[in-house]
Design a protein around this ligand. Structure first.
Ligand code: XBP
Ligand code: MG
Length: 256
């Protein structure tokens, strides 16, 4: 029986509900600063989340605008600068404390560390965003708690491609069967399972209606002692929150 040795966390939508009131606002503030009359409302942004990666999302939006937008000659430089501005706005939002960690995230991280499990991040978002979220929510030292932070352009293909999870496994020096992934979206599920990693899904407003076929379990959140999770799919035995016994059980080691 393979032993569980690491938990690999997605970031956006999983560690914290960052998209609607974080990234989306940052994009809109960058558009305003650039003198663009673009505004991504909640519904529009939900559709644009189909494209992972902020630069890729802007590029997709520009392509959708077609001739309606007089694109600058150096469109890639335009997108890059716009995304850098967006990241600056996003980091300010994170530092304002505006976005809390989701239920159970801090608890599970501490439990895993205490049990000697390795921790990793596998995300599409920009590395600075990860560092800033971890420091803001878990303190300056928290960056050292993660053996691997695989983020953004570190891999050529973003989720749903499995590249970022393959990279994380390679840097962890572990096999897929020795790890569990925690994700929030069908793109994230495809990426993690594409790398052979059993995956737990915690849905959010943007992803709750997506197809999570292939997930080990689907929950509304990781749960807390005073706030049981709601099981949307899968068998959690008698568990009311995601703890190490449940993770070991899901990874196939022992009955929970
Ligand atoms: C979610 C993404 C990211 C964010 C925006 O990443 O697709 O692109 O929406 O961040 P994940 P950037 O769920 O894999 O954490 O603008 O920095 O890309
Ligand atoms: Mg996500």
């Amino acid at each position: 029986m393979t032993e569980l040795k690491a938990i690999i966390f997605d970031v956006d939508g999983t560690l914290a509900d960052t998209e609607r009131d974080g990234h989306r606002l940052a994009f809109n503030r960058a558009f305003t600063d650039a003198g663009l009359d673009w505004h991504w409302d909640v519904e529009t942004y939900g559709r644009l989340l189909e494209v992972t990666g902020g630069k890729e999302r802007i590029r997709h939006f520009v392509e959708q605008l077609g001739p309606g937008f007089d694109a600058p000659a150096d469109i890639e430089s335009f997108i890059h600068k716009l995304h850098q501005s967006k990241t600056r706005h996003y980091l300010l939002l994170l530092m304002s404390g505006a976005i809390p960690l989701r239920p159970g995230v801090e608890r599970l991280i501490h439990e895993a560390r205490a049990a000697g499990l390795k921790l990793a991040i596998a995300t599409t978002t920009t590395p600075e965003n990860v560092a800033s979220l971890l420091k803001a929510k878990l303190g300056e030292d928290s960056l050292t708690w993660f053996d691997v932070i695989a983020a953004g352009d570190i891999v050529p293909l973003k989720k749903p491609a499995p590249d970022v999870y393959h990279y994380a496994l390679q840097r962890l020096g572990l096999k897929a069967a020795e790890c569990l992934a925690i994700e929030d979206s069908e793109h994230g599920l495809a990426a993690a399972t594409g790398a052979g990693i059993k995956t737990i899904i915690t849905v959010n407003d943007y992803t709750q209606l997506q197809d999570f076929t292939g997930a080990a379990i689907v929950l509304d959140h990781l749960g807390e002692p005073d706030a049981s999770f709601k099981v949307l799919a899968g068998d959690v035995r008698e568990a009311t929150l995601v703890d190490l016994p449940l993770l070991h059980s899901i990874s196939g080691e022992t009955q929970h």
